[in-house]
Design a binder for this molecule. Structure first.
Ligand code: HSE
Length: 313
């Protein structure tokens, strides 16, 4: 076991959940944006959120409401120990954007505490604690943001009960273009518009795509990856929450994106591209479309991040 330290700083990356066809069961990690979190142990026996930077005052510092502190407390309760610590959270990503902001904070929190306690858990064993943060943030303890932010790469959640996470191969040259139109969509609201039931034909199309996406990732077959990343369940219901979704999709596909859909619960949209140059072109054309419509955006371009959460030296 590594020696115990009293303080640590970590970085947990943003994530793209669902990957179009894999609602609640697939996700990948990008290099940026992400959250920085510092954790300092103390003898108070309590977890406190000392400071949050970059959230525009929107996040709660109440340890029972903040995803990082809730996740850390879930871990400590599981271990049956009382440990005090101060959290300083620097949000380096937009909130309510579909980039897994609440998940990144929860992941950063439990990963940091695990490091300071001498690493009693593996990264995958930390996922259920981070999911408790998600439950507080959006009322549902899904893992498709938490797991890729923790473990990096592309993941499939084969089962929730019991939790079983499978890491999938990452084809080299797989780049993600992300464009965030600056409107807020809360995951809670984006989940409320989803159909409770789907016709069998829709299910058949959806699980065929999910399976063929996995096949495409294993064979680095970009054509198959692109064809498979089509969402017949969440995207049709959620597209109306995202300004000019149809126009953005047309622009991306016209400029060579292999696929285009909503990142998590939106409003960020993402395109999968082969190679950096293609991703750059696609990102620019989506951004231009939004600029023409006078909607400000943030944008990020990244290969799939294979590392997930890391310690910042
Ligand atoms: N799978 C979740 C959803 C991700 O789409 O609601 C939320 O970020």
């Amino acid at each position: 076991m590594p020696p115990k330290k009293a303080a640590i700083k970590v970085y947990a990356p943003a994530t793209v959940a669902n990957l179009a066809c894999g609602f609640d069961v697939m996700g990948l990690s990008v290099r940026e944006p992400g959250d920085e979190l510092s954790l300092m142990l103390n003898s108070s026996g309590k977890i406190s959120v000392r400071r949050i930077i970059g959230d525009g005052g929107k996040l709660s510092s109440d340890p029972k409401k903040n995803t990082a502190s809730v996740a850390i407390q879930a871990m400590l309760d599981h271990m049956g120990i009382r440990q005090g610590a101060d959290i300083v959270l620097r949000k380096r990503m937009p909130l309510g954007s579909g980039l897994g902001s609440s998940a990144a904070s929860a992941v950063a929190g439990v990963f940091a505490m695990n490091e300071l306690l001498g690493r009693p858990f593996s990264k995958s064993a930390l996922v259920p604690f981070a999911m408790e943060g998600e439950r507080i943030a959006c009322g549902s303890a899904h893992a498709d943001n938490v797991a890729p932010s923790m473990m990096g790469g592309i993941v499939l959640i084969r089962s929730y009960h019991p939790l079983e996470i499978i890491s999938l191969p990452v084809p080299s040259q797989m780049y993600i273009a992300l464009v965030h139109p600056q409107v807020e969509v809360l995951t809670r609201d984006a989940r409320a518009v989803l159909p409770r039931k789907i016709p069998l034909e829709t299910g058949i199309r959806q699980w065929a795509n999910t399976a063929s996406l996995v096949a495409g990732l294993f064979s680095s077959n970009f054509t198959l990856i692109g064809k498979s990343m089509e969402d017949h369940v969440a995207e049709p219901a959620r597209a109306k929450l995202i300004p000019y979704f149809k126009e953005a999709k047309e622009a991306a596909l016209l400029d060579g994106a292999l696929s285009f859909s909503i990142s998590g619960s939106g409003p960020t949209v993402f395109a999968v591209c082969k190679g950096k140059a293609s991703a750059l072109r696609v990102m620019s054309s989506i951004k231009k479309m939004y600029r023409d419509k006078k909607i400000p955006t943030d944008q990020y371009l990244s290969p799939v991040n294979r590392d997930g959460v890391i310690v910042i030296p």
